[in-house]
Design a protein around this ligand. Structure first.
Ligand SMILES: [Zn+2]
Ligand SMILES: [Zn+2]
Length: 332
């Protein structure tokens, strides 16, 4: 067999070649039993284990956790509402269409497991809901109702934003469950069943999935929180305008399910901001992220442009002595 010329060999982005595993997009390959407690995650499973103690459980978050400049009731409430809208994204199938490399030449997660029923986990943010009433005469699209002679006619869509490398296409969307309220052993979580891909941008690493539920009480509460998020979004953005001098004193809030465990908040500064010609931006930051954080909302205080377009976590560059985490591309 003829040797392949060097120029034909595709190698991953150099920065990730050295740290291949954690340099990949952060999707956690799950086990049969989800480990709920981050403290029980084996250190051997995480190269960033040292950052585990920096995560904050959502119900333990107080003003004291924020840097002095951001000890503000609206900032705290924004983080709490963002947490109420954050879900664990649990995908049960790997699409045959997953590519080997991302548009930025990073190794694409799960590529070698294409076509298999493997569980992987990321995070996502609920951005809107749509209630379907009996008058609309539309059968619920959940797996149970589709197989039932007596389907439900009062149900709702819940739309969740995540990253494309977490849920890749329609096949994966249909095998996905979003777990709302997966916060502690005290509160049972609600499963929002994925039914379809709603929107996707492979180059920007953004994905919107349509989920369904019969729990209309929850849906109405979610609706209230999306409105409160919008209000707080403007309150906080107006209070901390994102001028250049803030670069040295800035803050991001991430809410995610690291390793698929109970929800946690990470706080920290962002380091750099990259802007494309179409005004989309990507941020790098040092706030804690782990496998499972992919797709999680990354709120950049004073910089977010429009409430629907909160950045999402995408990948990490974990070099000895220096870890940088990067968001997907979003506006502003
Ligand atoms: Zn149903
Ligand atoms: Zn970890």
């Amino acid at each position: 067999m003829e040797a392949t010329p060097d120029s034909d060999i595709v190698t991953p982005n150099e920065g990730f070649h050295e740290v291949e595993v954690s340099g990949e997009n952060e999707v956690e390959i799950g086990e049969d039993n989800d480990v709920a407690d981050l403290d029980r995650v084996s250190p051997s499973r995480c190269q960033k284990e040292a950052c585990h103690h920096k995560y904050i459980l959502t119900d333990k978050l107080t003003l004291c956790d924020f840097p002095k400049r951001y000890r503000d009731r609206d900032v705290l409430q924004l983080a709490k509402v963002l947490a109420l809208l954050t879900v664990k994204v649990r995908v049960g199938y790997v699409s045959r269409e997953r590519p080997e490399f991302s548009p930025e030449n990073l190794r694409y997660p799960l590529y070698t497991l294409r076509g298999q029923s493997i569980v992987s986990c990321g995070s996502g943010r609920i951005w809107d809901v749509e209630i379907i009433t009996p008058e609309q005469n539309r059968k619920c699209e959940c797996r149970g109702c589709r197989a039932s002679d007596t389907p439900i006619y009062a149900w709702a869509y819940v739309y969740v934003d995540t990253a494309t490398h977490v849920v890749f296409d329609n096949d994966e969307a249909k095998s996905t469950d979003c777990w709302w309220g997966y916060d502690s052993p005290c509160a049972p979580h609600v499963i929002l069943e994925g039914v379809a891909m709603k929107d996707r941008n492979f180059a920007r690493d953004t994905f919107r999935i349509a989920c369904v539920t019969h729990d209309l009480d929850l849906v109405r509460r979610l609706q209230g929180w999306t409105r409160e998020y919008e209000e707080l979004f403007w309150e906080v953005t107006n209070k901390y305008d994102g001028s250049e001098q803030e670069v040295k004193d800035n803050l991001i809030i991430i809410v995610s399910h690291p390793h698929g465990c109970y929800k946690r908040v990470s706080l920290g500064p962002w380091e750099s901001r990259e802007e494309l010609s179409d005004k989309r931006t990507r941020y790098s930051y040092t706030a804690s992220t782990c496998q499972g954080t992919s797709g999680a909302p990354v709120f950049i205080i004073g910089r977010e442009g429009w409430e629907w377009y909160t950045h999402a976590h995408s990948w990490t560059d974990n070099k000895p002595g220096k870890t940088s985490n990067f968001s997907c591309y979003r506006w502003f």
